[in-house]
Each structure stands twice: as structure tokens, then as C-alpha cells.
Design a protein around this ligand. Structure first.
Ligand SMILES: Cc1cc2nc3c(=O)[nH]c(=O)nc-3n(C[C@H](O)[C@H](O)[C@H](O)COP(=O)(O)OP(=O)(O)OC[C@H]3O[C@@H](n4cnc5c(N)ncnc54)[C@H](O)[C@@H]3O)c2cc1C
Length: 392
């Protein structure tokens, strides 16, 4: 193989998946993570069918299905809780459901166990100090003083990626979209069995089931100028922004008595054009393609990146050819997700109270077809034909 020893930077979704996939193919993998420990922040994370296929390729599908909540599509409503349209998902197949949501902690635990089982070594509280490209390797000095020599360095170091900056300068920094999302994990009422989204006045709310016991609520709001809200004010600010909704969101509003558990995330985007590599260093995942989370595809894209990377770099050919092949397979899918997610955010954040009936009519007419188009692409195999044929 052209690649026998790899350094992965970042033990998030993509980094742990890459460590597992490479390790399973006999590659020695070191992972460095700047966080001090395994603890991850966040609420729930939906895994749509294509993402579940990537998790299947990593051998962890059963683990995900065992803890998560599978569901079949999205229920779109207006803020009076009147159904606009129910859009079943065509993602998934006989083996994987259309969606399965779980907590972030559970997803990380499962991916970490897969990386461990594949023999990868994960070190926390460490990052890269220096990289020196040689003809046939990369020499890496870590912040703990260790030095290693690798055939390939893979950065899955997230939306604020230092490695993106190191390779490509500051031309591609994340940009705030003018909107943010508020999230809160809550007990799941029995009738919350799929993603339900409510369009309001320049605001969109929703709930996503996570398990038999829990779900999470989300609220996308316009936050021009990307203000820094004080965490102790989150409860009051969220209550203000939920005013106007009926039904479950109104009940949730009444139940919020403090800021505890509320996670506030500005929605940012960054899309880096190809190439994503320089020499023997490649940057993948959110670091080169952060979309807004409206299609719940970010982790899926990072997982697909990881599987394709492992497929391609373990072929017997020059590393440069393999990295170009990774990029060619990945770019069209992440580009579709980026643009479609952006379009949904733009559309929903322009709907004022008096425009809700017209927006609802448009959603009834167009959403099923638009969803089928995007899902049709995502249902295509994401791996090269030879690897896909081996699975079928
Ligand atoms: C509000 C919100 C909701 C979302 N919901 C969903 C969803 O439902 N479904 C879905 O699929 N996706 C969702 N996403 C997107 C998803 O979380 C990301 O796309 C995914 O985590 C990307 O994986 P990654 O490995 O590229 O980055 P990350 O998972 O962010 O991992 C990056 C890692 O690199 C580490 N790191 C950073 N710098 C360094 C350094 N210098 N050295 C070493 N390590 C470093 C970080 O600490 C982190 O652990 C959501 C995102 C947001 C913001």
C-alpha cells in the first residue's frame, strides 16, 4: 500500500471515522485531539440514510440503531400547528432506515469504540506544532514534544480548522449567515415520532426524536450582526423568540424557567474549492465544507469523506492520485448539500407572519419534489464503483 502510517488531526465525527476506516484496512493510525478529554458538547444529531450507510461501512450501524430513534420523514406545519405537508423520506433502503437520530455523546462513543477496535491510538490535549513535508513522508512535531513520521496527514479539525488556514491561508473563513439556532434536549411526548417543523414569523421551530425517552427542540432565528448573548440570558431570549407559536412549541415555551441546557449556535458556512490537499496533507469534513444543518447532513458528509478516504488511499498507486480521486468523489455531494441547505435557510428566514399562507402553498407544491431530487442524489452510492460493488 502507498499509505501505511497516518496522522489524523481531530477526534470529532470525521476524525474518529477515518481512524476506524483506515485501521480496518491495516493502516497504523495516530489521532491527536486538542480537547482535553472525550467529553463532547452538543445536543442531538440526526443521521439520514446515506449517513447510516457510511456508518454501516464502518461496521457500527447496529450500535447506532440500538440507541437511536429511527423515523421516516418530516412533518411541516405552520405556527398555528396546522399541517402544511408531510414529506416522507426516500433515503435509506432495506437495510437502513430513512433517518436515525441519537445524542452526540452516543455517536462519539460508538465512533471512538470503532477507532479503538481498529487499533488507532487517540491522544487528547495535543495538537500539531510543526509539519515538515519530505519527498515521501511528512514529519510532524506535536505540542507534547513527540515527533512522528507519516505517509499522510488528514485534518478533520472542524469549522475553525487551523490546518485549513495553514494550507490555504485565511481566504476561506466561516461566514455567519445572519441566523442562529437554539437547541434544548427535553423528554419526548409519545406523539413525537418524526422531525416536525413549524414555520413562524421570520423564525422556524422544530423537534427531533432522539430515543424512546428524549427529543430535542430547535429554533432557527434571525440574529443579524451575530450578537454575543450572555448564557445566563438564554432562557429569557428563547422564550421571547418562541412567542407566537401554538401547540407543542407553546408548551415548551411555558416549561422554560431557566437557561440551563440551552445551546445557542450561530449558523456559519464555509466551502473551500478544490484542491483540499497540498502534498501529503489533506483537509476534510467541516473544515472544508460546513453547511447549515437544515438537511442534517454535516456529520454524514464527514463520515462519507472518511470512508472514501480510506478506500482510495489504500489502493496501490501514487498518493497524489488517491487524494485527487477522494476530492473528485466528494465535491459534488458536499456541494449539493451546501447549496440545498443554504437555500432552505434563506427561504424560511424570509417568511413574515402575513406571508405564511402563501409560503405554505409553495411548500405543498414544491417541497416533495425538491426533497425527492436531493435525496435521489444522496441515495446514489458515495464510494467508487469497485468498493460499492464489493458491498452489494
Ligand atoms: C446546530 C448544529 C446542528 C447540527 N445537526 C446535525 C445533524 O443533525 N446531523 C448531522 O449529520 N450533522 C449535524 N451538524 C453538523 C455536524 O456536527 C458536523 O458537520 C460534524 O460534526 C463535522 O465533523 P468533523 O469531524 O468535520 O468536525 P467536528 O466533529 O467538529 O470535529 C472536529 C474536531 O477537531 C478538533 N480540533 C480542532 N482544532 C484542532 C487542533 N488544532 N488539533 C487537534 N484537534 C483539533 C475539535 O476539538 C473537534 O473534536 C450540526 C451542526 C450544528 C452547528
Amino acid at each position: 500500500m502507498a499509505v501505511n502510517k497516518v496522522l489524523v488531526i481531530g477526534a470529532g465525527v470525521g476524525g474518529l471515522a477515518a481512524a476506524a476506516a483506515l485501521g480496518q484496512r491495516g493502516v497504523a493510525v495516530d489521532v491527536v485531539e486538542v480537547r482535553e478529554d472525550e467529553h463532547v458538547l452538543g445536543v442531538g444529531i440526526n443521521q439520514p440514510g446515506n449517513s447510516l450507510r457510511a456508518l454501516d461501512a464502518l461496521g457500527v450501524l447496529e450500535d447506532v440503531l440500538a440507541v437511536g430513534f429511527p423515523y421516516d420523514g418530516n412533518d411541516y406545519r405552520d405556527w398555528n400547528d396546522e399541517r402544511i405537508v408531510l414529506v416522507p423520506s426516500s433515503l435509506g433502503d432495506g437495510r437502513v432506515p430513512a433517518n436515525c437520530a441519537l445524542t452526540r455523546k452516543e455517536l462519539h462513543t460508538i465512533l471512538h469504540a470503532a477507532a479503538d477496535a481498529a487499533g488507532a491510538s487517540v491522544t487528547y490535549g495535543v495538537t500539531v506544532e510543526a509539519l515538515e513535508e519530505r519527498d515521501d513522508s511528512v514529519a510532524v512535531t506535536l505540542s507534547n514534544g513527540d515527533v512522528g513520521v507519516y505517509d499522510l496527514v488528514v485534518a478533520f479539525d472542524g469549522v475553525r480548522s487551523p490546518m485549513r488556514r495553514r494550507l490555504f491561508g485565511d481566504a476561506f473563513e466561516p461566514v455567519h449567515t445572519g441566523s442562529s439556532v437554539w437547541r434544548l434536549q427535553l423528554p419526548r411526548p409519545a406523539d413525537v415520532t418524526r422531525t416536525t417543523l413549524w414555520q413562524g414569523d421570520l423564525v422556524k421551530g422544530g423537534v427531533i426524536p432522539l430515543s424512546a425517552e428524549s427529543m430535542y427542540m430547535l429554533l432557527v432565528t434571525r440574529e443579524p450582526g451575530n450578537p454575543r448573548h450572555a448564557p445566563e440570558d438564554f432562557g429569557e431570549l428563547l422564550r421571547e423568540r418562541l412567542a407566537g407559536f401554538s401547540g407543542l412549541l407553546a408548551d415548551i415555551r411555558e416549561s422554560i424557567t431557566s437557561s440551563q441546557g440551552i445551546v445557542y449556535s450561530p449558523l456559519v458556512e464555509v466551502q473551500v474549492p478544490l484542491p483540499w490537499h497540498k502534498g501529503r496533507v489533506i483537509v476534510l469534513g467541516d473544515a472544508v465544507h460546513t453547511a447549515v444543518p437544515h438537511l442534517t447532513q454535516g456529520a454524514g458528509m464527514a463520515l462519507e469523506d472518511a470512508v472514501v478516504l480510506a478506500d482510495e488511499v489504500t489502493r496501490d498507486r501514487p498518493i497524489e492520485e488517491s487524494l485527487v480521486a477522494v476530492e473528485a468523489l466528494r465535491y459534488p455531494r458536499v456541494d449539493l448539500v451546501f447549496n440545498a441547505s443554504h437555500a432552505i435557510l434563506e427561504a424560511e428566514m424570509q417568511v413574515t407572519a402575513d406571508a405564511i399562507p402563501a409560503a405554505a402553498a409553495g411548500m405543498r407544491e414544491h417541497l416533495p419534489g425538491q426533497t425527492a431530487f436531493v435525496e435521489g442524489v444522496l441515495n446514489q452510492p458515495f464510494r467508487a464503483q469497485a468498493d460499492q460493488a464489493a458491498v452489494n
